[in-house]
Write a protein that binds this ligand. Structure first.
Ligand code: GAL
Length: 381
């Protein structure tokens, strides 16, 4: 081989390697590849973790936590990133929809706070886009357990922060026994050291612990029902019990009406969808960034009663949700009855490298079924 041929060959090999995914050579995607690097229109790995999707006027908008390198990347250094797509495979970077506040460390969404699992819904009455998220105030670990809300007039933002705090102070759940709706019987609860209620601790007392100051709100999602009512679904009571709380008609406040579900079951990462008039729920257990077995449940009404089903995952690695944790369930437009389970494969040591795991939802009667796929297309659903 002549030297010229050798250099040409080297050049071709170099081009081939470069085509995988560099910022200069964006790739057109035609399938989902769970767990792999997923590049945007600039050839950069999508940065929208713990995310959710809004479908608005023919376009999907993906909102999620913008992470940065290292473990400090798990704290909000930038804000909520937004991407748009018409085909669900190819995503255009729309920039930061909600920015953290720099230069004022006392601001609720000061840079360095923990801002997780943002979800955006559109309110037809106010014509506003409403974003809810889990917020932990800067420097306070996971002790604040706040829900935050911001609004915008365009799906891509900029979103304006409205407020954040605990949820429904001084309100009793609709499904708590009337005789329990009094603080007189509150016995106090010890600090929790594990993902189980200590011997003899009633889950009702876990609720009463925060009755006056408002309920804890951590991992969360928002669900808008067919009648336009929106619900905030969040891990509460030290993550031991999930709450489903109704939002006001403008979606920016809680009405005070809510139910406690799966008491003492310690679930995180709630995701919900409606199919053939029934409500379905997928969540995880509580092991932080480490994966665990997913949970699933079904109910005839959003307020319950909820019946827990089996681990929806089947096959190898079903016991660890294939390494992922739920974040959202996306109804596919134009394909009634078709839903995508969206999950995160966290990389807590280098947060920005977290991966996405989207899998088609299958049904076996009422039981939701999720199977691992290396690669799949919407036509396969
Ligand atoms: C997970 C939760 C994540 C994040 C993490 C922190 O269980 O789902 O959103 O809060 O814990 O350890």
């Amino acid at each position: 081989m002549t030297n010229t041929m050798k250099s040409l060959l080297a050049l071709c090999l170099f081009c081939g390697a470069g085509a995988v995914s560099t910022a200069e050579t964006p790739v057109r995607h035609t399938s989902f590849k769970p767990g792999e690097i997923w590049t945007d229109n600039n050839g950069v790995h999508i940065n929208a973790h713990g995310g959710g999707i809004l479908y608005d006027k023919g376009t999907y908008y993906w909102y999620g936590e913008h992470k940065v390198e290292g473990d400090a990347g798990n704290r909000a250094q930038v804000g909520v990133h937004c991407y748009s797509s018409r085909d669900l495979y190819n995503w255009k970077d729309e920039g930061i929809a909600l920015k953290v506040v720099e230069g004022d460390n006392s601001h609720p969404i000061a840079k360095g706070c923990i801002l997780e699992r943002p979800k955006v819904v559109y309110n037809k009455k106010t014509k506003k886009y409403v974003m809810w998220f889990h917020l932990e105030l800067r420097g306070k670990g996971y002790g604040s357990a706040y829900a935050g809300v911001a609004t915008a007039t365009k799906p891509t933002g900029p979103f304006t922060f409205l407020k954040a705090g605990r949820v429904n102070p001084g309100k009793w759940p609709l499904n708590m026994d009337k005789k329990d709706q009094t603080m007189k019987t509150f016995k106090g609860v010890p600090g929790l050291t594990s993902s189980a209620l200590p011997e003899g601790v009633r889950s009702e007392d876990m609720f009463k612990k925060d009755f006056e100051k408002g309920q804890m709100s951590r991992d969360m999602t928002i669900f808008v029902d067919d009648d336009g009512k929106a619900y905030h679904i969040y891990s509460s009571e030290e993550n031991s019990t999930t709450h489903i709380a109704e939002l006001t008609p403008d979606y920016t406040e809680h009405t005070g009406k809510f139910v406690r579900v799966f008491p003492g079951r310690f679930m995180e990462a709630p995701a919900i969808f409606k199919h053939k008039g029934k409500y379905y729920f997928i969540a995880s257990g509580c092991t932080g960034w480490a994966p665990n077995a997913a949970r699933s449940a079904v109910a005839p009404r959003i307020a319950g009663p909820w019946t827990e089903l089996k681990n929806p995952c089947v096959g190898p690695k079903a016991g660890s949700t294939f390494g992922g944790q739920s974040t959202y369930i996306l109804p596919v437009q134009g394909k009634p009855g078709k839903f995508i389970f969206m999950a995160d494969i966290w990389r807590p040591q280098n947060a920005i490298d977290g991966r996405y795991m989207w899998l088609p939802i299958q049904f076996d009667g009422d039981q939701i079924k999720l199977e691992w796929k290396d690669e799949w297309k919407l036509e396969d659903m």
